[in-house]
Design a protein around this ligand. Structure first.
Ligand SMILES: Cc1ncc(C[n+]2csc(CCOP(=O)(O)OP(=O)(O)O)c2C)c(N)n1
Ligand SMILES: [Mg+2]
Length: 273
């Protein structure tokens, strides 16, 4: 897919997110919208090896969404890529739906892990990367996680583990959107300098604009070439990206749009796309 088409896909993912949480009457739009361009690249650029017709393909790259609450964005990317019919998106959070409020692995083919308890995805991804390395597999393990998750001790344990075992097949994309459930990360628990912390833990680190398609793709391509260390891509993103009244507002971490707000959001996103 060309960059223009990827960009349109990112906007489509944002439109899906605002509609999904409106229909569900609950959910987490802000982080998911900030990650939409990254989801678009991962699922549509060809940089991540996947086959929607065969979600458990042996040689597939593994994808772990550690900040599981941003799953409306993941579900949209999966549906638009053909893992399941787009109509299913409007069943988000319904009892018995494969699209639970946090990813439920056995409910939806194509999900690699269940997630929701913050901080645990990196350990799971590192385990998969260790197995891949020991068994000389070619697959990469992609893990998307959030800035808020860095307040969990087990994130740092997994960082040490990944460096110890030189898990160069592990690529972590950090959603650095500066918000979490209770406000701005700088007020709850300052994280800077995240880049220097990863470097001190012996990781390769790149810092990018998480809405710049060239930078997202280039950083992933660079990380895929790593042969010695695990890879972190710190993606600076705007929570609620694309909708003026939602951008950079922690209040949109976990609440749905009203019908009126949805209409306005879709209008703005329409102009974006
Ligand atoms: C272990 C754990 N503690 C608390 C929560 C509740 N919780 C859900 S999302 C969230 C905020 C996390 O920050 P971040 O992922 O950066 O939020 P976002 O940027 O998506 O708004 C919290 C505290 C949880 N899911 N898991
Ligand atoms: Mg955050």
């Amino acid at each position: 897919m060309e960059i223009n088409e990827l960009k349109e896909t990112g906007t489509q993912i944002r439109k899906d997110i605002v509609k999904m949480v409106n229909v569900a009457g609950s959910g987490h739009p802000a982080g998911a919208m900030g990650l939409a361009d990254i989801f678009a690249v991962l699922f549509f650029s060809g940089l991540m090896k996947l086959d929607p017709r065969n979600p458990s393909l042996a040689g597939r790259d593994r994808f772990v969404l550690s900040n599981g609450h941003t799953c409306p964005g993941l579900y949209s990317a999966m549906a638009r890529r053909g893992f399941f019919p787009v109509d299913k998106l409007w069943t988000l959070r319904e009892l018995g739906s494969p699209l639970q409020g946090h990813p439920h692995r056995t409910a939806l083919p194509g999900l690699e892990t269940s997630s929701g308890p913050l901080g645990s995805g990196l350990s799971q991804a590192a385990g998969m990367a260790l197995v891949g390395k020991r068994e000389n597999k070619k697959y990469k393990v992609f893990c998307v996680g959030s800035d808020g998750e860095h307040e969990e001790g087990n994130w740092w344990e997994a960082m040490m583990f990944a460096a110890k075992y030189k898990l160069s097949n592990l690529i972590v994309i950090v959603d650095r959107n500066n918000i979490q459930i209770d406000g701005f990360t700088k007020d709850v628990m300052p994280l800077d300098s995240l880049k220097e912390k990863y470097q001190a833990f012996n990781w390769n680190v790149q810092e990018i604009d998480g809405h710049n398609y060239f930078e997202i793709m280039h950083s992933i391509a660079v990380a895929k070439e790593s042969s010695d260390k695990p890879n972190a891509i710190i993606a600076n993103t705007i929570p609620g990206k694309g909708v003026s009244f939602m951008e950079n507002k922690p209040q949109w971490h976990g609440k749905p749009l009203s019908n009126e707000q949805l209409e306005k959001a879709l209008e703005e996103l329409e102009q974006d796309g």
